[in-house]
Design a protein around this ligand. Structure first.
Ligand code: SAM
Length: 228
């Protein structure tokens, strides 16, 4: 069987059905095949002992690789039209976000998110975590109105009118909260409210980025750009 990482909450020795089917139908697993299982903070080399489904496995060796940024990284993207948040969730997971919570803002076109869409975004986060070797799957939470945001230890809001650059304000020792506006941008009073909550406006260059590009650029500067 080719190398594979399977998400197995609790490393219980039994794979969830979805993972089992992938192992059996796509990878054609056989008893004795080895693969990797992972949970929030554990990873192990495992061996298939029973095909099921569900596939049963035994753990051969447990490891704890470091793949996390080292601080909490919460992304607050405004609700976006169509399926744009799916890309944001996938890339934000690869870039180390620990939580993704959409915001309902003045100019967001969608004002809510259905249960089905939320579940799909959560499944995308699981897939992206697997693919990037992360053990921790970021939480994807239902949207909240912008004024329900908590005060944050260190926040940045991507804003076209900002003067500060990420590298001028980023403190690597503090948790991070990152806010990005919708297609129509944040209203000025929303940027003011975000500042009261601890978010510093930051500029991402001279071009007007699409909201999803801006979310990923901001996150990348705080994690990938710092080698973490
Ligand atoms: N007409 C809108 C405006 O003036 O805000 C454009 C919004 S832009 C398409 C969507 C979001 O991406 C913005 O609210 C902001 O958060 C972020 N953004 C896009 N380009 C940016 C840049 N160059 N610097 C900082 N933030 C940017």
């Amino acid at each position: 069987m080719r190398p594979h990482r399977a998400y197995s909450p609790g490393l219980t020795g039994v794979l969830p059905l979805r993972e089992s089917r992938h192992l059996l139908e796509v990878l054609r697993a056989k008893v004795g095949d080895r693969f990797t299982v992972f949970d929030v903070d554990r990873e192990a080399v495992a061996e298939v002992v029973e095909l099921g489904p569900p596939v049963r496995y035994r753990i051969l060796e447990e490891r704890r690789p470091e793949r996390e940024v080292g601080v909490e990284v919460v992304l607050y993207p405004a609700l976006l039209k169509g399926d744009k948040l799916a890309e944001v969730v996938r890339m934000a997971t690869e870039l180390g976000a620990t939580r993704i919570q959409p915001l309902v803002t003045r100019h967001s076109v969608p004002k809510e998110m259905g249960e089905g869409k939320l579940k799909r975004l959560q499944a995308i986060a699981v897939e992206a975590a697997k693919q990037s070797g992360r053990l921790r799957v970021p939480e994807v939470l239902p949207p909240i109105p912008l004024n329900a945001l908590p005060k944050v230890e260190q926040g940045m809001v991507a804003h076209l009118g900002a003067r500060s650059l990420v590298r001028e304000v980023l403190d690597l020792g503090k948790s991070l909260a990152l806010a990005v506006g919708p297609e129509g941008g944040f209203a000025e009073e929303e940027v003011e409210l975000l500042q009261e909550k601890g978010f510093t406006p930051v500029f991402l260059g001279r071009r007007i980025l699409r909201a999803e590009t801006a979310a990923i650029a901001l996150l990348a500067l705080c994690t990938a750009g710092e080698g973490r």
